[in-house]
Design a protein around this ligand. Structure first.
Ligand SMILES: NC(=O)c1ccc[n+]([C@@H]2O[C@H](COP(=O)([O-])OP(=O)(O)OC[C@H]3O[C@@H](n4cnc5c(N)ncnc54)[C@H](OP(=O)(O)O)[C@@H]3O)[C@@H](O)[C@H]2O)c1
Length: 267
């Protein structure tokens, strides 16, 4: 894309092709943000077409953010606009269900590459430009799983704990630059996420009790625009679970999570 005299602010949403990311992209588009959205599959193009109905420019980037090249493709797409980046939503992420040792090591490392290395690379590349331009807003999509051990998705929760602590850390360093960090911790949300994680045969496999992704996105978007530092996304039960995670021991939380995430007998 060549530089345009566009007056709309520009926003990036990784994983903007589906789920919570697509709902966040819809809110940004409705408020007149031009968008760069990313996804690993072709559906990023369909999502871009849908978002253009709001009258904004949308650039889809199809790339695998678990790779360095795939992450650099997104950074290049932002640079190629020649425009300041006003908002960055680092949302793309996966979980993998199953016992730690039963999952091939390469799969765990791929999760770490997507959930940790990619947002770190992008933040490192994009924050200096934001600061030079007088500021910007960053939304890190972490998880309620950042606040509990997560047996049977044993690398996922720790990857989100990293993201949360990373966000709180750089926020302090960035005070005075105008670059603001908001961390969203969704509870279980009704998207393709758990099916994709191979967790269909667990309590997380049933989408009927989970949070509406549009609601979670509205909460995250409101917090981002209000400059809040951190929030839990979801209904009253999810907010209560967040408070409970502060009271319970790590051992008790691990027992509870295992019950939810362990495949049911016979599966
Ligand atoms: N759903 C939940 O219960 C829940 C709870 C807490 C936190 N979260 C977090 O919320 C974020 C969004 O999750 P979601 O529920 O909206 O999931 P989702 O519906 O599965 O959407 C995931 C998005 O990330 C993209 N993506 C996945 N792997 C990718 C890769 N290797 N490279 C580039 N893009 C990739 C997907 O694009 P393609 O479809 O094209 O691959 C899609 O746009 C994640 O970080 C997740 O950890 C979710």
């Amino acid at each position: 894309m060549t530089a345009s005299p566009a007056t709309n602010p520009l926003a990036l949403v990784t994983g903007g092709s589906a789920g919570i990311g697509l709902e966040l992209a819809r809110l940004l588009a409705k408020d007149g943000h031009d968008l760069v959205i990313t996804g690993s599959s072709d559906r990023v193009n369909a999502a871009a077409e849908d978002l253009r109905q709001s009258g904004v420019q949308v650039t889809p980037v199809r790339s695998d953010l678990a790779t360095e090249d795939g992450t650099n493709a997104v950074i290049d797409a932002i640079t190629d606009t020649g425009r300041p980046l006003d908002i960055a939503v680092f949302n793309a992420g996966i979980a993998i269900g199953g016992a730690f040792v039963d999952i091939p090591l390469q799969d765990h490392l791929r999760l770490i590459a997507l959930n940790i290395l990619s947002p770190v690379r992008m933040a490192h590349a994009l924050i200096p430009g934001m600061a030079r331009n007088g500021g910007g807003r960053i939304l890190l999509v972490s998880s309620l799983s950042a606040t509990t051990p997560t047996p049977y998705e044993s690398v996922y929760g720790p990857s989100k704990a990293f993201l949360t602590s990373f966000g709180h850390s750089i926020r302090e360093e960035l005070s005075g630059t105008g670059v603001q960090i908001t961390i969203l911790h969704p509870g279980a949300t009704a998207t393709d996420f758990h099916a994709r994680a191979g967790m269909g045969a667990t309590e997380f496999g049933d989408n009927s009790w989970k949070n509406d992704p549009a609601r979670v996105a509205r909460q995250g978007y409101a917090a981002l625009m209000a400059g809040e530092t951190s929030l839990i996304g979801g209904d009253a039960a999810t907010q209560e679970a967040g408070r409970e995670h502060k009271r319970l021991s790590e051992e008790e939380k691990a027992r509870r999570h295992a019950k939810m995430a362990r495949p049911t007998a016979g599966q």
